[in-house]
Design a protein around this ligand. Structure first.
Ligand SMILES: Cc1ncc(COP(=O)(O)O)c(C=O)c1O
Ligand SMILES: N[C@@H](CCCC[NH3+])C(=O)O
Length: 426
């Protein structure tokens, strides 16, 4: 309670974060100066122990329920290895995410194929790999699955539960007006079930996902109740309640712990009569977001007297598009001097040719912040690297994972040549 590391509450940092001899941020004892010198900037640094601890925390709340990691949050092969090692399932929403699981050694029977418009190639790959479940999102997909002769695959039908979670409109998915899933309210989900059964397809469960970055536990309780009723009416055994648990990104935000979320889901699903071993949750963000930080090098500090100070770093919307897409908040601090007073409001921006290329709209930083310093944004482990781009032909950053006090590069920094490897005749 009230614990801080430098200017920020401890809950925004991975558990391996500390303060080094010269007042700089360390991750499992490794100085950010060393990390930046070795791997360059911008740099994603994951504390692997934090990822593993979060998996344990969630499981201690959930008991026997199954956990599927929503790999869209961060789908590196090294992450798939952690999933394989800890016995989680892997949610893949494309052939690429499926391939990451395969390369990371996730057993095929623990892969769940998602997507609201799966291509024939993706379905065929899923079949060849032997994925454990395919989540059907639309009637056309059922037809495609039947036509391709994949009737023996275990299917879940994704239904729209008609629950509005209070989160950003772009990441809300459980309401009636959604591109995802089969509507329950107008009978199309039930018609899909009847069609599937009539065509010899194997529907073993139902799935719903109400949205992302949800802080309130109540919608999940409501969802469990609704899904319990559908499960019974349809006579299926398996239920997935999707993901969506939120995490704090900025100093004033608070979210339930993973254990609390797990416990409340375990209670609600028991109450709804579900078999815990056949009940799934599917979090992405909550397992990885707080496990990583991004290190940037400051290149320009532009002070406009009486107006604002802009701090330009060597990355931007290409490594973290969330502020631009959703207006998401982040914190930024001077990574080389965590204990200096952080009291001057500055706008941290990227190096893209867009005025909207903002990383932190109002960061509190040391007044004398200067070019050449490192700054760090915590809580960048989810939907950062995975939603990154090459806009302005910026190379994607390197990603480092730290375990047992050792940092290893898990994704190399893109080089200029990588940016041209697809261009014919270049
Ligand atoms: C089907 C599905 N499952 C799981 C998730 C994971 O969501 P989150 O990262 O919010 O836990 C998402 C993304 O919102 C999703 O679309
Ligand atoms: N990508 C979003 C969440 C959507 C998750 C995928 N359904 C985010 O960064 O918050």
């Amino acid at each position: 309670m009230g614990e801080r590391l430098g200017a920020l509450p401890v809950r925004l940092w991975p558990r391996g974060a500390g303060i080094g001899a010269s007042g700089e941020l360390t991750i499992q004892g490794i100085s950010v100066h060393e990390l930046a010198d070795r791997f360059g900037t911008p740099l994603f640094v994951y504390d692997e122990d934090e990822v593993r601890a979060r998996i344990d925390e969630l499981r201690s709340g959930l008991g026997a329920l199954q956990v599927t990691y929503a790999s869209k949050a961060f789908s590196a092969v090294a992450m798939a290895r952690i999933v394989a090692d800890t016995g989680l399932w892997w949610d893949a929403a494309s052939a690429g995410e499926l391939e990451a699981a395969r390369r990371g050694g996730v057993p095929a029977e623990r892969i769940v194929l998602h997507g609201n418009n799966k291509g024939v190639d993706e379905l065929l790959l899923a079949d060849e790999v032997g994925v454990g479940r395919i989540v059907v999102d639309a009637h056309e997909e059922l037809e495609r699955i039947a036509r391709l002769g994949l009737g023996r695959r275990r299917l879940w039908l994704r239904v729209v539960p008609g629950i509005e979670a209070h989160t950003h409109a772009f990441v809300r998915t459980g309401q009636v007006d959604s591109k995802f899933g089969l509507q329950l309210d107008d009978g199309s989900a039930e018609r899909a079930l009847t069609w599937a059964r009539a065509h010899g397809l194997t529907v073993v469960g139902i799935h719903a996902h109400i949205g992302s970055q949800i802080f309130d536990l109540d919608p999940f309780g409501e969802l469990a109740g609704r899904m319990g009723a559908v499960r019974e009416a349809w006579g299926v055994d398996e239920v997935s309640l999707g993901g969506g648990i939120g995490v704090p990104y900025v100093r004033d935000e608070r979210a339930p712990t993973l254990e609390e979320w797990g416990r409340s889901i375990a209670e609600a699903t028991t109450l709804a009569g579900m078999d815990p071993e056949r009940t799934f949750v599917e979090p992405g963000r909550a397992l990885v977001a707080p496990a990583a930080i991004t290190l940037y090098r400051v290149g320009v500090v532009k002070r406009i007297p009486g107006v604002r100070t802009y701090v330009a770093v060597d990355g931007g919307m290409s490594d973290n598009p969330r502020p631009v897409l959703y207006g998401s908040g982040y914190e930024a601090v001077a990574a080389g001097r965590l204990e200096a007073p952080h009291t001057t409001a500055m706008r941290v921006v990227g190096k893209h040719c867009e005025s909207g290329d903002v990383l932190v709209a109002n960061a509190l930083l040391p007044e004398d912040l200067a070019a050449g310093e490192l700054i760090v944004t915590p809580v960048t482990g989810a939907y950062g690297y995975s939603m990154g781009s090459n806009y302005n032909r910026l190379p994607r950053p390197s990603v480092v994972m730290v375990r047992d006090g050792v940092a290893r590069e898990i994704v190399r920094r893109e080089q200029l040549d990588d940016l041209f490897r697809l261009e014919v005749g270049s």
